[in-house]
Write a protein that binds this ligand. Structure first.
Ligand SMILES: [Zn+2]
Length: 592
């Protein structure tokens, strides 16, 4: 059964940038001078906008209070006529702005209250609109400049950073917060006693570190009783220290991370209960005025790995539990498995399979029961782009959907997609899905691109250090980062690759690559670029054989044309099925 993985996904609020831009774009739409009460809202909006601009510029002869109120009325009428119209939040925004300007001219404090109220309405009625963070910034500005209330201003700025961490007002809010006196920064009461501004600030880890420090975003995690991935994301890069505490009489083994120069909003401090047998809970708190501490209370930890990724900065913690007792029921059958009798297996993921009699193993396809398919990119990340709006994200989704159906039909295995729609899924989440679902294979599907249109062909990758410039550049592109970041990644990979199923991945990659090339020829004169290696984040930490395949070059005119044909897409899916099934067959033969 094909399924899409939703569980435990904590998706940061996405902001409708485009909707907002569109709305703002209409502010400068051509002006229709003839007023018409029943005209289309966009037209009426443009007229109201022109009227208020003239007032602001003082162009109308009588800019009396009633003229300003008339401008506000125009926006209110458009708003009241259809509150679900895309311009409705823009109308509220204009009313708020006009009241603010009126306060400046007529010095009536009621106008300021009106302005704040309309800005508030945007956030509460249209929380996903891109004007939300503009509204909060405007309120913060009013409290700071007009009401001389830095505390309140600070509260709105923190609210902005919390609700719209990815918004375009983050830098501005940070800059204002920096200017505010420290007292106005909300601090957990218990900490107020030991605020001693340290004169030695932690060294910035890179140029992106801003002076006002970072703040923690909501934690994300994926978990089963043997594996958990926790992702800690901060607004800007931070330095961190890790520490593993021994089990004591009344406390479990704890792993904690201290994030320097980092703050946590009070509402993010509630412990996240997990209770999967491996992790009890994750707690985070403001350990000191400058340090946020994230504590993982474990139940059966055997190993863990921590690494950080950039753009955006996040710390990924992979935890492994004690190897499973094959006799014990699976995690879905019991909430907290008994660990006392668990034996230590040399290689935990092969444990259990080896105990099956060969015939049974064969029937089960030696454990290739579940395959995770990962169509690259999606949502705001379109991947490589070609001419005529051709986008990698669309092509690979088509391939993956066909491949999923064919794998289910032909191999009878379960297929899980990291995405089955045009949505953005972070790279580390894709691997986490495969690991937490205990997939037997992980296949990431991509389309290649190169600076030269001459580059063409099919290539399949496994995770390892890049050996040449091209592989480095491809990894940079697929990781949405720079080649200099890839060098950093190479260093952390040295440690992580040892745990990967490298020889199995190479075998799988070779079967897939051979089958692709042989199956596409002679109809498609494809060039065989072979099996290669590069540090793809999406493969980092995968606990099963994992490959990334590049099915053609979007930057090559001939291959771009192929990528647009259903025939090529269908054949690629067929050849992927063939490659995977050849790999499975070899495993089965080896087990006889
Ligand atoms: Zn890609």
């Amino acid at each position: 059964m094909m399924s899409f993985f939703h569980k435990n996904r904590i998706r940061p609020l996405l902001i409708g940038f485009l909707a907002g831009m569109l709305a703002l774009g209409l502010l400068t739409a051509p002006v229709v001078t003839q007023a018409a009460a029943n005209a289309d809202p966009a037209e009426r909006y443009a007229q109201a906008k022109e009227y208020s601009q003239k007032l602001s510029a003082g162009a109308t002869p009588a800019h009396e209070r009633r003229d300003w109120l008339a401008a506000i009325r125009k926006f209110r009428e458009i708003y009241s006529a259809d509150r679900s119209h895309q311009l409705a939040p823009s109308c509220l925004f204009m009313m708020a702005r006009l009241y603010r300007e009126m306060y400046g001219r007529f010095n009536n404090s009621m106008d300021l209250s009106e302005s704040i109220a309309y800005y508030e309405d945007i956030v509460s009625l249209y929380p996903k609109n891109s004007l939300g963070d503009d509204a909060l910034l405007a309120i913060a500005d009013i409290y700071l400049l007009e009401r001389q209330n830095p505390e309140k201003s600070s509260r709105y700025l923190h609210r902005l950073l919390r609700i719209y961490p990815d918004g375009d007002m983050v830098a501005a809010a940070g800059a204002i917060l920096k200017k505010l006196p420290p007292e106005s920064r909300p601090v957990t009461p218990v900490l107020l006693t030991n605020i001693k501004k340290s004169s030695i600030k932690p060294e910035p880890v890179d140029s992106k570190v801003t002076a006002q420090g970072a703040s923690l975003k909501p934690l994300r995690y994926w978990s089963n009783d043997n594996y958990t991935r926790v992702v800690i994301e901060t607004t800007t890069p931070v330095k961190y220290r890790e520490n593993l505490l021994k089990k004591t009489a009344n406390k479990p083994r704890r792993l904690y991370l201290d994030l320097e120069n980092c703050r946590i909003a009070p509402e993010l401090q509630a412990p996240i209960p997990i209770h999967d047998g491996l992790l009890m809970q994750v707690r985070s708190g403001q350990h000191s005025p400058d340090t946020t501490r994230v504590v993982l209370d474990t139940q059966s930890l055997s190993d863990y790995k921590i690494f950080s990724l950039q753009d955006p900065f996040r710390i990924v913690i992979d935890l492994k539990g004690q190897p499973k007792d094959p006799a014990a029921p699976s995690s879905s059958d019991q909430a907290i498995p008994l660990r006392a009798s668990a034996k230590i297996a040399v290689n935990d993921s092969d444990f259990g399979k080896a105990n099956l009699p060969p015939t049974l193993a064969r029937q089960l396809g030696l454990g290739i029961k579940r395959i995770v398919l990962d169509p690259g990119h999606g949502g705001k990340d379109s991947g490589a782009c070609g001419k005529n709006g051709l986008m990698e994200k669309d092509i690979v989704l088509k391939v993956a959907l066909q491949l999923a159906r064919k794998l289910e039909e032909q191999l009878g295995c379960e297929v899980i997609m990291t995405r089955d729609r045009d949505i953005f899924v972070p790279l580390e989440e894709r691997t986490a899905i495969a690991n937490s679902k205990e997939a037997d294979l992980f296949i990431s599907i991509h389309v290649n691109a190169a600076p030269t249109s001459k580059a063409r062909g099919v290539e399949t990758y496994i995770l390892d250090l890049a050996r040449n410039k091209n592989a480095m550049e491809l990894a940079a592109r697929e990781n949405s980062t720079s080649t200099s970041r890839i060098s950093d990644l190479q260093n952390i990979l040295l440690d992580l690759i040892q745990n990967s199923k490298k020889s199995e991945s190479i075998k799988l990659a070779e079967y897939v690559q051979d089958n692709m090339v042989n199956g596409l020829l002679p109809r498609y004169p494809i060039r065989n670029l072979g099996v290669k290696q590069a540090p793809f984040i999406v493969l980092v930490g995968a606990q099963m054989p994992a490959i990334l395949t590049e099915i053609a070059f979007i930057s090559n005119p001939t291959e771009a044309r192929w990528l647009q044909s259903d025939d090529y897409i269908g054949r690629v899916a067929d050849q992927l099925v063939g490659g995977i099934s050849n790999y499975v067959n070899e495993l089965n033969l080896a087990s006889l």
